[in-house]
Design a protein around this ligand. Structure first.
Ligand code: SF4
Ligand code: SF4
Length: 469
């Protein structure tokens, strides 16, 4: 911190002190992009952040057991920019070819600003090849590369030893390196699945041989299971690191993400367990796939009032970086503006104290209890054979949620009565026969919704809420 300017010093004297920050009104910003999401809300886009000065570097942490000093921010290479003719955003999963020139520029900027951890995987389409090309233009000691053993059954790659050997050799070739710094067994959920993919077929022994030969420096796994399935995996080996999903919204309770429900899960449990075991934590999804960059204007306003110099994404990243056993906060970035904002947050990093961490749990509660249903009122789902006014019910709910006015049936909120009255007034304006409780779950509407909204589930959520009120 000594030679670096802090974020707040950098912002000192900027215009934000003189405008109505808490009002939620329009505020100018020094950079014009949408920050951590291509579709960031007006509220998040309106908050100023300033680019880290030339020559400055992100803060680092030293991990003595593994003998590494790493920048707090890691560049996730899963959503690298695709060619402008193919949309320009997030190559993997979007079917486009990656834009090598744009990736080169991002990686050059990252390395110049002290970001030295680059995360890719065979499962990320062209990512390994493009990342390898960009990194190979820099001295090998200036970056750490992390890749994975992606032998999940995606219909392409069976978990055989031969396939694993080919995958590992291809990764080294793609990345143009003769060793990888961090090697992770990709998307592990529980011990049975781990045994099937890595132990019964001899793949784990092969990986340990590669490690002994110096072709892998540190070994870990990326975890997508539950609180209960983590400990047996941790006990298997002296892991160098474990990658988990961690963000303020999932801190107390994380919904199942991939595959069948995994059981009770929270970032807090996973983080604390790994910390007790002395294993550094690598964080994925710090902004929940962009969702925490893209919160409602009202929720962005709550955060802005408390932390005027942070965007919603900045709040999410600062929450993660404030946890001392977080080795790297990995953010999948799709353009230079996202990278610059993230670098600015971790340059002269100012962690949240206990009070601020607790405040973020208040934000998490508001986020969870004021879900926005992404209905565009297109009416393709209409008419409902049972006369339910689908978009009308969703409009009522969203009107309340977007202003953080969903009444909490637990009545913990001091404004409960006011919120309840306002919500029921809106709901009761719908014809009785058109309200959410008239849905018989026939599912006729489901395939018609271009937003893929689970319409009957959302209607049930609304009618359950009304019943509780
Ligand atoms: S699932 Fe509910 S809302 Fe959808 S068509 Fe059937 S009754 Fe109507
Ligand atoms: S089709 Fe989907 S987005 Fe359109 S009105 Fe119905 S629920 Fe809303």
């Amino acid at each position: 911190m000594d030679k670096k300017i802090t974020r707040r010093e950098a912002l000192k004297g900027m215009f934000f002190a003189s405008v109505g920050l808490a009002s939620g009104g329009a505020i100018l910003r020094s950079c014009t992009s949408s920050g951590n999401s291509s579709s960031a809300s007006a509220a998040s886009a309106a908050i100023p952040w300033t680019e880290a000065p030339e020559g400055s570097k992100v803060d680092t942490r030293t991990w003595s057991k593994m003998g590494e000093t790493l920048g707090l921010l890691g560049l996730g290479c899963m959503r690298l920019p695709s060619l402008p003719s193919e949309g320009g955003q997030g190559g993997f999963g979007h079917g486009g070819h990656l834009d090598q020139e744009a990736v080169n520029q991002m990686i050059d900027y990252a390395i110049a600003h002290g970001v030295n951890y680059f995360d890719t995987a065979p499962a990320y389409g062209e990512s390994e090849v493009v990342t390898g090309k960009a990194l190979s233009r820099h001295p090998r000691e200036s970056y750490k590369i992390a890749t994975k053993m992606s032998n999940m059954a995606f219909g392409r790659q069976e978990p055989t030893l031969e396939a694993a050997k080919t995958m590992f050799e291809t990764s080294l070739k793609n990345l143009q390196v003769d060793y990888v710094d961090f090697f992770l067994l990709h998307n592990v959920t529980n011990i049975d699945e781990f045994n099937k993919r890595f132990r019964d077929n001899g793949v784990f022994d092969y990986i340990l041989e590669q490690k002994a030969a110096g072709r892998i420096k540190h070994l870990g796994f990326s975890f997508h299971g539950s609180n209960a399935t983590l400990p047996p995996l941790v006990d298997l080996y002296d892991w160098g690191l474990v990658q988990i999903q961690l963000n303020y919204a999932d801190w107390k309770d994380m919904p199942a993400n991939w595959g069948p429900p995994q059981g009770e899960t929270s970032s807090e449990y996973l983080y604390n367990y790994l910390t007790e075991k002395g294993i550094p934590v690598l964080v994925m999804e710090p902004v929940k796939g962009g969702a925490l960059a893209n919160v409602s204007d009202a929720l962005a306003g709550v955060m802005r009032e408390r932390h005027p110099d942070l965007t919603p994404a900045g709040n999410a990243l600062t929450f993660v970086g404030s946890l001392p056993n977080v080795m790297i906060t990995l953010s999948g970035m799709s353009n230079m503006e996202q990278l610059k904002e993230n670098v600015s947050i971790f340059t002269g990093f100012e962690p949240f104290d206990d009070k601020e961490m607790a405040f973020m749990q208040t934000v998490a509660d508001l986020y969870k209890s004021n879900v926005h249903i992404p209905c565009t009122a297109c009416s393709y789902c209409m008419p409902c054979p049972h006369d339910v006014n689908i978009p009308g019910n969703f409009r009522v709910f969203n009107t309340a949620s977007d202003s953080l006015n969903i009444p909490d049936p637990e009545k913990k909120d001091k404004n409960y009565n006011k919120k309840k009255k306002a919500f029921l007034k809106l709901y009761n304006e719908l014809d009785k026969g058109a309200r959410a409780d008239q849905c018989v779950t026939c599912n006729a509407c489901l395939p018609k919704c271009p937003q893929h909204i689970s319409i009957p589930d959302q209607l049930k959520m609304i009618s359950d809420l009304v019943a509780k009120l």
